[in-house]
Design a protein around this ligand. Structure first.
Ligand code: UT7
Length: 336
């Protein structure tokens, strides 16, 4: 096995803000309820002509500018998303062409909802550490505003748009991916979905509105139960202790879920990083956005151990402990 590491990161959010006050004009809700129950203050919303592939391209442009990186030698593009521009072709193929990535590169979308970025990271690590690939572009991106029902107060207050991208490259002898854990439980498929061809799962009739539908309570209970167990499994697989984890980055679904997850783990809440306060729940983008926020704010440093944990529709979950070893930055991040 060869080593692998994350060498560069970039991210992007659209410029249009949707605040809690804006939402008060759209549905029967209020800023106090939203902040108390979720911790979310604002979300970013794509333009009508701006799609997931556009968010991906902008995140990679940020990465290239900051780290002086080229994508000319990328040999695999993995895009984790639940809101692809089309069922097919893939966002990954569109991004490959847009960014001038070689025609010999593989390109594939991965569907694991809010756990998608960590699933894609796991795959990139497997591809690079096996020696099959050398430079894998991993993007988590979602334009959830395109499938959010802005008449439904239980979902419209949660979701936003964004993208985060990283490069996974050979890391010499040392593997910076210290351990991971994957899981799924399709018996909960009906709790968060958007229908496609079928309108029934597990014998349950689904609402074929073309919009995202969520039973928030059920997903909440499942995640608060499942994520702490998953984190312990990551640590066991990595042979690491929780006390060695410098930053914990759970999926930014809701601040009121991150608190009990930290409590159950007995992990200091101050060392949890999240992107939900000003970006909402951005699904596959939420973890790379939180990581990049931590880097942009100077909190997250090379050499630190970071535990990422995604969870969501499927129901799926995925965790990874990494030791950060980014290349030096040569340019400033593009402001959000
Ligand atoms: O990213 C994929 C994974 N997704 C998640 O992990 C989401 C997990 N779930 C959640 O984040 C939370 O369950 C929600 C934020 C979706 C909902 O929060 P909650 O504390 O679970 O509220 P609830 O659904 O139990 O509703 C409590 C009350 C209800 O009123 P009654 O029946 O008690 O009178 C709702 O009708 O709050 C009401 N309510 C609202 N009130 C004001 C629901 N949404 C709103 C709203 N504004 N936007």
């Amino acid at each position: 096995m060869k080593g692998a590491r994350i060498t560069a990161i970039g991210s992007y959010v659209p410029s249009r803000r949707l605040t809690n006050t804006d939402l008060e004009q759209m549905v029967d809700t209020n800023d106090e309820w939203i902040v108390q129950r979720t911790g979310i203050r604002e979300r970013r919303i794509s333009r009508a002509d701006e799609y997931t592939s556009d968010l991906c391209a902008a995140a990679v442009q940020d990465l290239m500018k900051r780290y002086g990186k080229s994508v000319q030698d990328v040999d695999m593009v993995l895009v984790a998303t639940s809101t692809p521009d089309f069922s097919f072709p893939s966002v990954a193929a569109i991004v490959q062409n847009r960014l001038g990535i070689p025609l010999t590169s593989g390109a594939i979308d991965m569907s694991a909802a809010c756990a998608g970025f960590v699933y894609a990271l796991h795959t990139a690590h497997a591809l690079v550490s096996s020696g099959l690939h050398h430079k894998v572009l991993v993007i988590g991106a979602d334009a959830l505003s395109k499938i959010t029902d802005y008449t439904d107060r239980s979902t419209s207050i949660l979701f936003g748009d964004g993208a985060g991208a990283v490069l996974v490259e050979s890391g010499g002898d040392k593997d910076h991916f210290l351990g991971g854990n994957l899981g799924s439980d399709g018996s909960g498929a009906q709790h968060v979905y958007r229908t496609g061809l079928a309108d029934k799962v597990n014998g349950v009739e689904l609402a074929a509105t073309g919009m995202l539908v969520q039973n928030g309570r059920e997903v909440f209970k499942w995640a608060v139960r499942t994520v702490p167990q998953g984190v312990q499994q990551v640590l066991q697989n990595a042979g690491a202790e929780l006390a060695e984890v410098d930053w914990f980055i759970p999926h930014s679904a809701n601040l009121r879920m991150i608190e009990p997850i930290c409590e159950r783990l007995n992990y200091p809440f101050e060392q949890a990083l999240y992107s939900l306060e000003y970006f909402g729940n951005t699904s596959a983008a939420s973890i790379p956005l939180a990581l990049d926020l931590g880097i942009r704010e100077g909190k997250v440093q090379n050499g630190q151990r970071i535990l990422l944990y995604g969870f969501g529709a499927g129901l799926t979950h995925a965790g990874q402990l990494v030791s950060l070893s980014l290349d030096p930055q040569v340019g400033a991040p593009t402001p959000y």
